[in-house]
Design a protein around this ligand. Structure first.
Ligand SMILES: [Zn+2]
Length: 434
């Protein structure tokens, strides 16, 4: 069993993580580690965190339905006490799948199922998933296809379940739970989601973070999902830091031990989000357009190099868009895009003005061929324009073999140039069209 606290200390103290090491879609080995006396974690997608109490085991998060039976078996091997309570830190499917498994297991044994506790907005999320099942199958296919972590639907794409285990107990702002000899203080905060819970466990000086820490840049941008809340997220991290924890138990990535390390990770993550919120708001208040803002506002490079802030899942540019949407709306300040001409119409016109589709393809190819390399990867900045030109070429002549070949090549290069799974997924799909 690897010593996870030791591993995380080495990453944090030495800044030695590479892109491939951590992040929310890595470390899904279904191994159990005892983190402290009475606390265990099964690394999964998401992790399951277990607390031993003298009235039974309390679980934070239930991972994906398909992985939960193994994860739960590992916890019962560690501590044979019955499961008492499952807390959903939020309603994402990789955190709630085990709820159904617990209910099924209890029914098979003829026992009452463990109690499920969550924020009061979780049932509404489940309802929204039922309304958007088709959409979610598409976007998860795009985002997670290559990571192999999601289940597969009938169409070959990852699908959301239609039924969820609803919480038995919900709360609004805060809830104190005492199970046997262990007290848990649950707190609601918006952050990655509107239904997020973090928990303070005073007897262990431990905080269960859910997705408020994911060992990569906060998932507060996500181009294909509903509103996220970077400003509340930062506030929650500050609130957690104020409890002076000695142990952080996130639902993705490694647990973190040691008061100083905890303060550093929480403080720097909050700082990165606050920087984006403050600078975006300052530009909005000065009348800037979204275009000006996304090409200006950046997180300081030194922060992005931290092993717990690398933009390998989400990325700052997407967070800036979410800040704009939260405080502003969807109009980006460019009047041509308020009620735009159809994409195909614009593409056809631009191609004609350029002297034909071939001219667009040639220029896109020239730009792509001239892409410099940075740190061994093509520079994504140089590919922004090449993608726009080849997209116009394809829009003007969707069946043109040269435009299609150039689009495949340029979007594949763009995929390889990007660091975030979200950008890679979207550009990867664009490369595979037709
Ligand atoms: Zn998660």
């Amino acid at each position: 069993m690897p010593d996870l606290l030791d591993l995380s200390a080495r990453f944090i103290d030495g800044d030695s993580a590479t892109d491939a090491d951590l992040g929310p879609t890595n470390r899904i080995n279904l191994e159990l580690s005892e983190i402290a006396d009475g606390i265990a974690m099964v690394e999964s997608f998401s992790h399951v965190v277990a607390f031993a109490t003298d009235e039974g085991t309390v679980l934070f998060d239930g991972t994906l339905e398909a992985l939960a039976p193994t994860a739960f078996a590992r916890i019962r091997d560690w501590n044979p006490a019955p499961f008492h309570t499952l807390v959903y830190t939020h309603g994402h499917i990789d955190h709630v799948g085990g709820g159904k498994v617990l209910q099924r297991e209890a029914a098979e044994r003829g026992e009452p199922a463990p109690r499920i506790v969550a924020h009061e907005a979780v049932p509404e999320r489940f309802e929204r998933y039922r309304l958007t099942n088709g959409y979610n199958a598409f976007i998860n296919h795009r985002q997670f296809k290559r990571s192999g972590v999601m289940g597969t639907g009938a169409d070959g794409g990852p699908a959301f379940p239609r039924r969820f285990a609803e919480p038995d107990v919900t709360y609004q702002d805060a809830l104190s739970l005492s199970v046997g000899d262990v007290a848990f203080e649950l707190h609601h905060s918006r952050g990655e989601t509107d239904d997020h819970t973090w928990a303070w466990v005073p007897s262990h000086r431990a905080a269960c973070l859910g997705d408020l820490l994911i060992w990569s840049f906060p998932n507060a941008g996500n181009p294909q999902k509903v509103q996220r809340f970077p400003q509340d997220w930062a506030r929650a991290l500050r609130d957690i830091a104020a409890m002076q924890p000695e142990l952080l138990l996130p639902a993705h990535g490694l647990p973190i031990g040691g008061a100083e390390r905890v303060q550093r990770v929480l403080g720097e993550t909050a700082e990165a989000l606050e920087h984006l919120v403050d600078t975006t708001l300052a530009m909005m208040n000065a009348g800037a357009t979204l275009d000006a803002i996304i090409h200006t506002v950046k997180v300081p490079e030194a922060l992005l190099d931290r092993p717990y802030l690398k933009p390998v899942y989400d990325e700052p540019e997407f967070v800036v868009r979410n800040i704009w949407r939260f405080y502003g709306g969807w109009y980006d300040g460019n009047p041509a895009r308020l009620k735009p001409a159809a994409d195909a119409e614009v593409a056809t016109e631009v191609a004609a003005l350029a002297g034909g589709v071939a001219a667009l393809v040639a220029r896109a190819q020239t730009l792509a061929d001239a892409t410099p390399r940075r740190d061994g990867r093509p520079d994504p900045e140089a590919l922004r324009l090449a993608c726009q030109l080849v997209e116009w070429a394809l829009g003007a002549a969707p069946e043109d073999p040269a435009a299609r070949a150039a689009a495949r090549e340029i979007y594949a290069l763009r995929r390889d140039s990007e660091r975030s799974l979200m950008a890679k997924g979207i550009y990867g799909e664009a490369a595979e069209r037709g």
